[in-house]
Ligand binder design. Structure first.
Ligand SMILES: Nc1ncnc2c1ncn2[C@@H]1O[C@H](COP(=O)(O)OP(=O)(O)OP(=O)(O)O)[C@@H](O)[C@H]1O
Length: 768
């Protein structure tokens, strides 16, 4: 093959530019066609017959989806190219590409020369030329798989893989990988060249911003296998920090939609541990051309209308997350219903046909016990309560005795029920005596320590009940106070236990909308999160069940959260990604049980990712010392690159403030991207104050509590007092491991007395 020089590189860039120009010309034609179709389709509706209207809707939909896709402004619409030998069996698929993975037997001549039989360009969407030859293959199509899967060990038909870097419509560079270096290959009689330094390293070396980028141009083979795994049942993915679990999960969502759009019109839910990680990853799916059918939600934002703004202390979170809460909530739901009786009038008095009929306190108590003998959710028991009250009033009023004829008696009874039910005195009483309970009201009722200790007998320890009651006091007497992340799973559980109170009917969703995914018909402007009225389509209406559920950072879900997520995927297929070594939950066995319950008996397919793309080996090596303490025997992933920059160590005296400010400033000058400052959760507020008024570059600095750092990454990270982070909870060492694995370039650890640093400032926990 020809050697690389600038002339060759420029010529190759120029060639790719010409190709890209042709693609854009074709895209413009398609946009013109789509606009024309849309126009026509809308006018078709004026015919007015039901058939014409249905056809119009279908056409508008098809044209609209198309237009939306074409209009999307992609950074690098076309990003890949593979040059391939002819296929073994000579068969071609629907996209015109050879289907065979292996080359034809005579593809390589005895003198190790070969001719390239086809060249495929890979992009974010498929584009066909006017004569239906593929100009660009969608990255998710089977024909694109060799772009990701081929390796020098098993190259299949791929001779050269090229990543094309472009911005808007301009090609900036090309990076080639040679999969069959032993060959001299010719394309249209001209020898194939190789240029560039490799796409993966270029991607990894880029400065980090506040949002995650897609990895579509450089997905690695072991990741591609997971992304394209069949959707059936449960796909479980484990892998250490930085192995691309989050990236893979998001690309998988886009892949599944491509594979079976109709099926996943039922919605894909991606559950993320924190709102910070949601906003960090929010841009990835739109950049892949997918968003309408995918709801990316923080675990504290899974219940509509509830926004968790508070973090519970670890010891409180442990109580709220435990599956023992199910039993307690069941008791509390019934207990709160009983409490309601105490606020209702002592007796029930109604006037029917001029006569006064009354039920006394003891009779009412008896009726209540009778109603509660059913195990049904208490809100659903209200009709039964109503019926038993009417029975008692009818009996007390002597109605039964007045009619011998059963038919007349039945009529009279019906009239009686109607009259009584129309009386304000009856309806007001019923509302007070058997109110429809909202979940928040039950949680608020649990804030009373004495009451809670009664309800939680033999379920929680005394100390746990006290912690729980004190935490719930924040909700106030009517439950309208601020909600914590862990309260959300309790509210969701209660919704099932209580039975949802009847709500005013919302406008029915358009069935076409649900079936075909008209939600995709948004414009780039609609999706601009900087617009004040922006709401992603999934935020507009709550969906309770999904066709596929993807759980990111699955190791962190508490048993109660697993129950909440499980309810949203009862009929779903699942992708569950996580790393046990990063778990901040203290009782992994209890969580594993809840996870098994949520996933049911569906068969599972397991994958492991083994390469760390985030951390340089210098950072990974330091973090692995904590891994050895947190999970002895666990094997860290292999870091794919090294920077030669060893982590720095600093020591602080009374307050870390000055050391943190100085170090952050220094790092800001050293990296182009972001700097994360990770502190123990208890120091979050302080850390914000330390980092105020930093001056130039301050917008690149993010102070974080250790639990908030989950899944995020920064060019440089400052970790303050490892010992404080480790001591904050029984899972503290694993939380520290998370903190130490956030940096893509540089890491500084700042220690105080508690860290027992040596002369070099290396804290006790990080020494070899
Ligand atoms: N194939 C790839 N090409 C380019 N970048 C990649 C690739 N795979 C992963 N990365 C990058 O590596 C970083 C880590 O990826 P990601 O956050 O998905 O890892 P993770 O396994 O979820 O990590 P953690 O467990 O620490 O949350 C990201 O910046 C991601 O873009």
């Amino acid at each position: 093959m020809e050697a690389q020089d600038t002339g060759v590189r420029d010529r190759e860039i120029q060639r790719e530019q010409e190709y890209l120009d042709a693609v854009y010309r074709r895209l413009e034609e398609k946009i013109g066609e789509a606009e024309f179709l849309m126009d026509n389709a809308v006018r078709g509706g004026q015919v007015g017959t039901p058939g014409a209207l249905a056809e119009r809707d279908a056409q508008v939909f098809r044209a609209g989806v198309h237009l939306h896709r074409l209009n999307s402004e992609f950074e690098d619409f076309l990003f890949g190219r593979i040059d391939l030998l002819p296929g073994k069996d000579g068969k071609r698929g629907p996209d015109g590409a050879y289907t065979s993975v292996e080359p034809a037997e005579d593809a390589v001549r005895p003198d190790n020369t070969a001719d390239i039989a086809e060249t495929l360009r890979i992009g974010r969407l498929g584009v066909l030329d006017a004569d239906y030859t593929p100009l660009v293959i969608d990255w998710r199509a089977p024909a694109a798989a060799p772009f990701y899967r081929a390796t020098p060990v098993s190259p299949g038909r791929v001779v050269r893989r090229r990543v094309i870097r472009s911005k808007g419509r301009r090609v900036l560079g090309v990076e080639d990988d040679l999969l069959r270096p032993e060959l001299t290959a010719y394309l249209d009689g001209e020898q194939l060249v190789v240029t560039g330094d490799g796409a993966l390293m270029a991607a990894l070396g880029q400065a980090r911003t506040h949002t995650m980028r897609d990895i579509v141009a450089s997905i690695q083979a072991e990741q591609d296998v997971v992304i394209r795994a069949p959707a059936a049942s449960v796909t479980e993915v484990t892998g250490g920090p930085g192995t691309g679990k989050t990236a893979v999960a998001l690309h998988r969502a886009a892949y599944l939609l491509y594979q079976d759009r109709r099926r996943y019109a039922g919605g894909i839910l991606v559950v993320s541990p924190t709102p910070l990680l949601v906003s960090y990853t929010e841009g990835v799916l739109p950049s892949l051309g997918e968003e309408g059918q995918v709801a990316v939600r923080a675990v504290g934002a899974l219940v509509d209308g509830v926004e968790a703004t508070v973090h519970d202390r670890q010891e409180v979170a442990r109580v709220k997350g435990s599956s023992r809460m199910v039993k307690l909530l069941r008791k509390a739901a019934r207990g709160t219903q009983e409490l309601a009786a105490a606020n209702a009038p002592e007796r029930l008095r109604v006037v029917v046909s001029g006569a006064r009929v009354e039920l006394a306190a003891e009779e009412l108590a008896e009726i209540r016990q009778q109603v509660l003998s059913s195990q049904a959710p208490v809100n659903f028991l209200r009709p039964r309560a109503r019926k038993l009250l009417l029975d008692a009033l009818w009996a007390r009023g002597g109605g039964a005795r007045r009619h011998d004829d059963p038919e007349l008696a039945a009529e009279a009874r019906e009239a009686f029920d109607e009259d009584v039910s129309a009386e304000d005195s009856f309806t007001d009483f019923l509302t007070a005596w058997w109110p429809e309970l909202e979940p928040a009201r039950v949680l608020a009722a649990m804030a009373d320590e004495r009451r809670l200790s009664r309800w939680s007998r033999r379920i929680l320890q005394h100390r746990e009940a006290r912690l729980l009651a004190r935490s719930l006091a924040r909700l106030g007497p009517d439950g309208s106070g601020p909600v914590s992340v862990h309260d959300v799973a309790l509210l969701d559980e209660l919704r099932g236990l209580l039975g949802a109170p009847a709500k005013p009917r919302k406008r029915e969703a358009d069935p076409l909308d649900q079936l075909t995914g008209l939600a995709e018909l948004t414009t780039a402007a609609d999706r601009d999160p900087t617009r004040r009225d922006y709401r992603a389509p999934h935020e507009r209406a709550e969906r309770r069940e999904y066709a596929h559920v993807i759980v990111d950072e699955a190791q962190d879900l508490t048993p109660m959260q697993w129950r909440m997520v499980g309810r949203r995927g009862r009929q779903a297929t699942w992708t569950v990604v996580g790393d046990p070594a990063q778990s901040s939950w203290s009782d992994p066995d209890e969580a594993a049980e809840a996870r098994d319950e949520a996933l049911g008996t569906r068969p599972r397919r397991r994958f492991e990712l083994t390469v760390n793309y985030r951390n340089p080996s210098e950072v990974a090596e330091l973090a692995s010392r904590v891994l050895a303490l947190a999970m002895p025997g666990a094997v860290p992933p292999t870091a794919v690159r090294s920077t030669g920059l060893v982590p720095r160590f600093q020591v602080f005296g009374r307050s870390p403030r000055e050391a943190v400010r100085a170090e952050t400033r220094r790092l800001l000058a050293e990296v182009d991207g972001t700097v994360g400052v990770v502190v123990a959760m208890g120091r979050r507020e302080e850390a914000r104050e330390w980092l105020a008024d930093l001056g130039e570059g301050a917008d690149r600095v993010v102070p974080l509590g250790s639990l908030e750092a989950k899944g995020l990454e920064y060019d440089a990270t400052v970790v303050v007092s490892p010992a404080e982070i480790a001591d904050e909870s029984p899972a503290g060492l694993r939380v520290l491991y998370v903190a130490l694995t956030r940096a893509t370039q540089r890491l500084t650890v700042i220690s105080g007395d508690r860290d027992l640093p040596d002369e070099q400032g290396v804290p006790d926990l990080l020494r070899d």
